[in-house]
Design a protein around this ligand. Structure first.
Ligand code: ADP
Ligand code: ADP
Ligand code: ZN
Length: 215
């Protein structure tokens, strides 16, 4: 199963991707997580990306296309994959299509999580995350033990780009550069829009019901 999880920042892509990984045993490819790992490790890529990320701007397409090409050709993607946070622009989507054509793994479905702006702002301002990629929320989705990640035991933290200012910019960038991909995919593959405001487990049930048609 080759899936794109699509939606604005804070829609719940990462949260649902983790549940899909556990359920279907296919990898999550989160470009945000890959970029943050590079920033943490101080790689050349991380140094180049950090300034864009802190401001809530998109990292240049060529950087992302390189990352995704490397990742999708790794062995664990043979059974399928869940793209989370990629593509975010038309050139990224075109590049993805070319890469997937080459390895003969077309996208089965795009799951579009729809959540209104007010809810996104509230979610992102209360988001806490772990370096393993797990994300939590101070009120709606707290970890079992204060400040400790349920899945790996590390300390959780607030992302430096989850400030009110950077969030507003990320939402503007989403509308201008990423949202047009909804029509792009409607014309090319199957795109299903889901109500992302429901409870985390209810959204997951809705996703599984859709994916059952592709398994
Ligand atoms: P969110 O969970 O808020 O949607 P992500 O973790 O997906 O954010 O991404 C964090 C930041 O990493 C983005 O604001 C952007 O700077 C960069 N980034 C992640 N994925 C991409 C991408 N596909 N194209 C360009 N920039 C990206
Ligand atoms: P994205 O990866 O799309 O940026 P996340 O999965 O990180 O989004 O979720 C953003 C925030 O909203 C996190 O704090 C997460 O715990 C919370 N969250 C995710 N899904 C839901 C939901 N269905 N209801 C309430 N809170 C949610
Ligand atoms: Zn963790």
């Amino acid at each position: 199963m080759n899936i794109i999880l699509f939606g604005p920042p804070g829609a719940g892509k990462g949260t649902q991707a983790k549940k899909l990984v556990d359920f279907y045993g296919i990898p999550q490819i989160s470009t945000g997580d890959i970029l943050r790992a590079n920033v943490r490790e101080g790689t050349e890529l991380g140094l180049a990306a950090k300034a864009y990320m802190d401001k809530g701007e998109l990292v240049p397409d060529q950087v992302l296309i390189g990352i995704i090409k490397n990742r999708l050709t790794e062995a664990d993607c043979k059974k399928g994959f869940i793209l989370d946070g990629y593509p975010r622009t038309v050139p990224q989507a075109d590049a993805l299509e070319a890469i997937l054509d080459e390895i003969d793994k077309p996208i089965d479905v795009v799951l579009n999580l729809e959540v209104p702006d007010e809810v996104l702002v509230e979610r992102i301002s209360g988001r806490l995350m772990c370096k393993c990629g797990a994300s939590y929320h101070v009120t709606s989705n707290p970890p079992k033990k204060d400040n400790i990640c349920d899945s790996c035991g590390s300390e959780i933290f607030q992302r430096v780009d989850d400030t009110a200012e950077a969030v507003q910019n990320r939402l503007d960038v989403y509308k201008k550069q990423t949202q047009p991909l909804i029509n792009y995919y409607k014309e090319k593959v199957i795109l299903v829009t889901l109500n992302g405001t429901k409870d985390i487990n209810v959204v997951f049930e809705d996703i599984k019901a859709i994916l059952a048609k592709f398994a």
